[in-house]
Design a protein around this ligand. Structure first.
Ligand code: XMP
Length: 541
């Protein structure tokens, strides 16, 4: 092959940019690229070629998208990107866009292809070659010129979801693979280093998909798998040190893994210039306050101020039922309590937050609709007095856990379930009162304890209780009861962007239900939420 791989490493200085054409899959592509230890970021399709050039990316990947390239107003990319000489991989819609913008033909055949299909190699391919530059057996046979023989064992299961098809590739592009319904299932121009695949290499249903992505990154784009947890920590510690200098920082510990890892990172960077603040909002999980204080003061030696502010939160929430208003109130009050605590920390000017990449995207980027204002992003009052330090802003949850492990945080923190900033405030539906929060905390503790007892803690992404504030009639010990309903919510997920309801064993659900009804005075009925995300969200508000 004619390509000499460059030796660029794709750290933050040379990210792989995943251009989002409106697909949920952009997230997944970015994650898969990072799993290949190459740093990636998602950018909107409205980005200009100049802006792309300014970022000096190691490669660009076009995501799929729900539109047809033939529909007016369908998302495009500035065609200048093709002249930058940066390696490009188009996936599904992204591949069709490459074909359409570079002079090929995309047709609406009326025959779509959805789900699993078999891909056969049609020509020598850099993208489908072996990782290390050696040719695969299939490639060798292709080189020998016997296509049929080469394809004999070259059928690969891939996952498709498209209605348009590439009919003719642009000049200079070879058709490298096809499927029964897509004669141009993969195309490439190895000289220009532009590649396209009609199938989705990023989904688990394409078993060889990760290998294809890795070949694109390592072999076609010449990138090195150099973005590791250790190098993230080194870069983050240096950046935090540069930002905070000899200033003082405060960090709110919510009890969750995100704020814990953010605090541990900042502590590593600036040591005693960091003071953590644990605000007991009254909306925490059962016994969470004590656990956080123990873990941080004792095992990490981090300075910690604990503030009991429950009554201030409940006062502010009195009579409020709208979820967005509740989120804003809790977020705002949280910052105010912080400001007061920070005043005890002689001139703290920096606020450390455990904001993650999915939070940043969900709180309203160019192409993802705003779903909820997250406590640690959209809910922050604009006039607050702190400069934010958000060292995890570019990370997905599993990466945060890896960083936490590397920093030596205990398992009980690293593997703690995600917990929303507004806490039980968005799990008590409607008005939040101390009594309802207490009731919910008890039911929630039972749900989590039973999940742990069943050994399912790492299999479920989150398991918790919700109090929808509905009272129902029951009968207990010959007495009529009129008590609260508790809903058990348990989901599996990779990154909280999508989630499925967990198929918990019936015996486990029964045990939770019995324990909640017997042990939590005031709850007389338990239901199980069987909604996935989408269409639901993980939290109820
Ligand atoms: P949803 O309910 O949007 O939640 O499906 C996705 C994930 O985010 C968590 N979540 C939050 N985390 N601040 C946070 O730090 C918030 O305001 C917030 N709201 C939801 C939720 O628990 C789930 O893991």
């Amino acid at each position: 092959m004619t390509i000499t791989p460059n030796t660029a490493t794709a750290g933050r200085d040379h990210p792989v940019l995943v251009v989002d054409f409106g697909a949920q899959y952009a997230q997944l592509i970015a994650r898969r690229v990072r799993e290949a230890r190459v740093y990636s970021e998602i950018v909107p399709h409205s980005i200009s070629a100049d802006e792309i050039a300014d970022r000096q990316p190691g490669a660009v990947i076009f995501s799929g998208g729900p539109k047809s390239v033939h529909v007016e107003g369908s998302p495009r990319i500035d065609p200048g990107v093709y002249r930058l000489g940066i390696p490009i991989l188009g996936i599904c819609y992204g591949a069709q866009l490459i074909a359409a913008q570079l002079g090929g033909k995309v047709s609406c055949t009326g025959i779509g292809e959805y789900g699993r299909t078999a891909l056969s190699l049609k020509a020598p391919s850099l993208l489908f070659g072996s990782d290390n530059g050696e040719t695969t057996a299939a490639e060798s046979r292709l080189a020998a010129g016997t296509l049929a023989e080469a394809c004999e064992d070259a059928d690969h299961p891939v996952w498709m979801s498209h209605f348009d098809s590439i009919a003719t590739p642009p000049d200079g592009f070879a058709i490298t693979a096809s499927t029964p319904q897509a004669p141009v299932a993969a195309l490439e121009n190895p000289v220009r280093r532009i590649f396209g695949v009609q199938f989705h290499p990023e989904v688990a249903h394409t078993p060889g998909g990760q290998a294809v992505l890795e070949r694109f990154l390592y072999r076609c784009a010449g990138l090195a798998p150099s973005w590791t947890t250790e190098c993230f920590i080194d870069e983050a510690v240096a950046a935090i040190g540069a930002q905070i200098g000899d200033g003082r920082a405060v960090c709110g510990l919510s009890g969750g893994v995100d704020s814990a890892v953010a605090a541990a990172l900042v502590h590593r960077a600036v040591g005693h210039q960091l003071t953590c603040v644990f605000v007991d909002t009254g909306l925490m999980r059962h016994d969470e306050g004590r656990q956080v204080i123990d873990a941080f003061r004792r095992s990490q030696g981090i300075e910690l101020i604990a503030v009991d502010a429950a009554s201030r939160f409940f006062d502010a929430l009195a009579g409020v039922v709208d979820p967005e208003k509740k989120r804003k109130i809790i977020g705002e009050r949280f910052i105010r309590v912080f400001e007061e605590a920070a005043n005890q920390v002689n001139g703290a000017a920096y606020l450390v937050q455990g904001t993650l990449y999915p939070d940043v995207i969900e709180s309203g980027s160019d192409s993802a609709a705003k779903i909820k204002s997250h406590h640690n992003v959209g809910g922050i009052p604009e006039e607050m007095d702190f400069e934010l330090v958000e060292p995890l802003r570019d990370l997905f949850k599993d990466e945060v856990r890896a960083v936490g492990r590397e920093l030596g945080l205990p398992d009980e923190i690293v593997w703690r379930q995600p917990f929303p900033g507004p806490g039980l405030g968005v799990r008590v539906i409607g008005e939040v009162t101390p009594a309802k929060a207490a009731l919910l905390a008890q039911a929630d503790a039972i749900v989590r304890a039973e999940i742990a007892a069943a050994g399912l803690e790492r299999e479920v992404w989150q398991a918790f209780a919700v109090l929808p504030d509905i009272r129902t009639v029951g009968v207990m010990g010959d007495e009529r009861t009129y008590g609260q309903l508790a809903v058990v919510r348990a989901v599996t997920s990779e990154d909280a962007m999508t989630a499925d309801w967990a198929r918990l064993p019936h015996e486990l659900l029964e045990k939770m239900s019995n324990r909640i009804i017997n042990e939590v005075d005031g709850i007389n009925r338990v239901a199980y939420d069987i909604t996935s995300k989408p269409p639901g969200t993980i939290e109820w508000e």
